[in-house]
Design a protein around this ligand. Sequence first.
Ligand SMILES: Cc1cc2nc3c(=O)[nH]c(=O)nc-3n(C[C@H](O)[C@H](O)[C@H](O)COP(=O)(O)OP(=O)(O)OC[C@H]3O[C@@H](n4cnc5c(N)ncnc54)[C@H](O)[C@@H]3O)c2cc1C
Length: 276
Amino acid sequence: MKIKNIIITGTSRGIGFELVHIFANQGHNVLALSRNAQPVNNLHFDNITSFSFDLGNAEDYKKVETFIDKLASFGHESPIEHVSYTFAVEGVSRVLTHQLVRHRIASYSQQSQRYVKLEQFEYIVPPMIKKNSEAYAIFEKAMLEDQMYYNQLVESLEKTYTQEYLSEGYSNKKSKQLAEKKAIEDARFVFPNACETKIIFTMNARTLMQFFKHRCCERAQWEIRELADTMLELVKVVSPNLFKYAGPSCVSGPCPEGFMTCGKASEKKAYYLKDD
Ligand SMILES: Cc1cc2nc3c(=O)[nH]c(=O)nc-3n(C[C@H](O)[C@H](O)[C@H](O)COP(=O)(O)OP(=O)(O)OC[C@H]3O[C@@H](n4cnc5c(N)ncnc54)[C@H](O)[C@@H]3O)c2cc1C
């Protein structure tokens, strides 16, 4: 059996107390938090750490902080899987979300292009393209053309599908409704990666640490790096202890990028650890 590190609050009585007993009996390490630590202390288990903790007392958080630091120094990362964060992100491209969802230990919900007809799709322009007037003009032209081809495809497919549905005996109104839905489904294939999208996702703290290692790295693509930096700033506000040493890999260890390294490890360390 894999031994787990388990944190339980409200452990002086009832279900909290019983859970401490059950998990400790199974050999797991339990951190039991309650205003009254005595009932759990009376159990006399070596694998239970228990101390008096009052959510309303700022001093008590120090005790938990020390415990978390101790776990971190042992390399025990599984306890932080119990802490999760939900982000709602908009105004980003599908280039970004395609990379984001490669982080598999997370939950995602993204705006659909399948059921929403885009009369004029929004898109993200890379800053380097925006700065270059010639490149910007080419980019804008491509976006306009994409929208034009999309509209033409929807119109053409709609005609074909409407005939099909009519021949199957559907009413005029129903045939048009069904045909539009089906047409959008295929026409969206011409939309570019630049298409703006919205996504909601939930990641636990362990996944986030890994995400920051990869995506705050100088080698990460600019848009996802900007997102990762913003996410890191946000989680540092709500969980400063947990993310004290978070950032690209080089902040807490050697750079894993080999000959592709940016060579700026000390600069990065200074930047990401500036608050400590
Ligand atoms: C600079 C950069 C360049 C990249 N270039 C490319 C590219 O060219 N092509 C490309 O395809 N991707 C590329 N990626 C994406 C990269 O390969 C990863 O898919 C992505 O960073 C997610 O990392 P992950 O798998 O560690 O994360 P997660 O999916 O969140 O997994 C977290 C950890 O869980 C464990 N894990 C998860 N699933 C499994 C499993 N099935 N088996 C065993 N262990 C598992 C691993 O330890 C893993 O590190 C790039 C990423 C970066 C940062």
